[in-house]
Design a protein around this ligand. Structure first.
Ligand SMILES: NC(=O)c1ccc[n+]([C@@H]2O[C@H](COP(=O)([O-])OP(=O)(O)OC[C@H]3O[C@@H](n4cnc5c(N)ncnc54)[C@H](O)[C@@H]3O)[C@@H](O)[C@H]2O)c1
Ligand SMILES: [Fe+2]
Length: 358
């Protein structure tokens, strides 16, 4: 049985105006500290009868942090929660609402173009060095606001990291076992847009920032229905252990994961290759051309090719290998990988991305 649900209302425009139009009575803003400092978080509260703030968001929010925020939700009893920031702020707000049992409407306002969390049923929380993806439709925001002003100042490295996260969402959704014709459309469009526009977006061309921002949301709509795969399972395991940016880990892992998955989904990779104008008449060649194109894109964006290049020494990776493999195999993203995930293929990818010490 197939089922496609896309219930988050996606609005493109001025975030403050969209929030004010809803006339919130009690508004709780969960914001990345960056938006406390620049005043945007407080600006969103004009029009609310009462407002409260949670500015404690850290990258890769912990269960402890979410529990702290949960108490604030229970005390303040908001009718509206606004999540303002990247995946970390949105996931923190989603977990706070979920754990508190609040019925408040959740409005997610992404300020990076990557996670897609504004439309997904996922929230990733970290505990004891392990990233735990919570997956439940109760986590899905009621509204997502895509405001291009909020991504106009995005620094180059954040634009590159986020862009590779969105590309990985699109590619993994396109090959995941839960895919459908509906998710394929969203995933393919997101992949094409991000692949072709990301270099200009990272270089700072403002006119392409909104199309890339929209594409990240499309990729989120695709993967929340279709699922992800081994690349995300390993990115979660490595992110929990070494605290590198999530999108950067995907950039390191994706070509190596494609290599182990290619025997079962070369046809799908070839379709994506064709969609971005690469030679793909033979499936195996199409899959290879796609992998090489992603390696070239990664290099052109100055993203690392290995964990060693990202500052993690091979001895640290070796020391953590058993824990990393166990965490990856336990991650729910493995369940929708196109090929059944084995310990051997997980180890193969890990060894390939470790790189050499200096
Ligand atoms: N829930 C989901 O569906 C989902 C999907 C993918 C990733 N994630 C999670 O999202 C997190 C990564 O999210 P992210 O990549 O958006 O990064 P992030 O939210 O961790 O933010 C990274 C940094 O960017 C800064 N920042 C955010 N917006 C900015 C802006 N406009 N200008 C300048 N600085 C800005 C933040 O202050 C922070 O220091 C990870 O924890 C990952 O596991 C969740
Ligand atoms: Fe991701």
């Amino acid at each position: 049985m197939g089922c496609f649900v896309c219930s988050t209302q996606v609005v493109t425009g001025d975030a403050a105006a969209v929030v004010a139009a809803r006339k919130p009575r009690r508004l709780l803003v969960v914001a990345d500290p960056f938006f406390e400092k620049n005043g945007v978080a407080r600006f969103l509260c004009q029009g609310a009868e009462a407002s409260e703030f949670f500015f404690g968001v850290q990258p890769d929010p912990s269960v402890t942090l979410a529990a702290e925020g949960t108490r604030l939700v229970q005390e303040f009893q908001p009718d509206t929660i606004v999540a303002l920031g990247g995946g970390s702020a949105m996931d923190c707000a989603k977990a706070m609402k979920y754990f508190s049992g609040s019925q408040a409407a959740l409005i997610a306002i992404p300020t990076t173009s990557g996670s897609g969390s504004e439309v997904t049923d996922f929230a990733i929380v970290t505990h004891d060095g392990v990233k735990h993806p919570l997956v439940d439709e109760a986590l899905r925001p009621q509204m997502a606001v895509l405001d291009e002003k909020l991504v106009a100042q995005l620094p180059k490295s954040l634009a590159a990291d986020g862009g590779f996260d969105a590309l990985t969402h699109a590619l993994e959704a396109y090959t995941a076992t839960g895919r459908s014709g509906f998710t394929d459309c969203l995933a393919r469009e997101a992949f094409q847009r991000v692949f072709s526009l990301l270099p200009r977006s990272v270089a700072g061309t403002l006119s392409v920032r909104l199309p890339v921002h929209e594409a990240a949301t499309m990729a989120g709509m695709a993967f929340t229905q279709a699922g992800l795969g081994l690349c995300h399972a390993l990115a979660h395991a490595l992110g929990g252990c070494f605290h590198l940016p999530h999108g950067r880990l995907n950039a390191i892992l994706l070509p190596a994961v494609m290599e182990v998955n290619a025997p079962v989904c070369a046809d799908r990779y070839a379709q994506l290759a064709q969609s971005i104008g690469l030679e793909a008449r033979a499936e195996a060649a199409g899959a290879r051309n796609l992998r090489f194109a992603l390696v070239r894109l990664r290099r052109s964006l100055n993203l690392p090719a290995t964990l060693a290049e990202a500052g993690i020494s091979p001895s640290e990776v070796q020391h953590q290998t058993e824990a990393l493999v166990a965490a990856a195999l336990a991650d729910p993203c493995c369940q929708t990988n196109p090929a059944p995930v084995t310990r051997e293929m997980t180890l193969q990818v890990l060894q390939q991305v470790t790189g050499h010490g200096r």
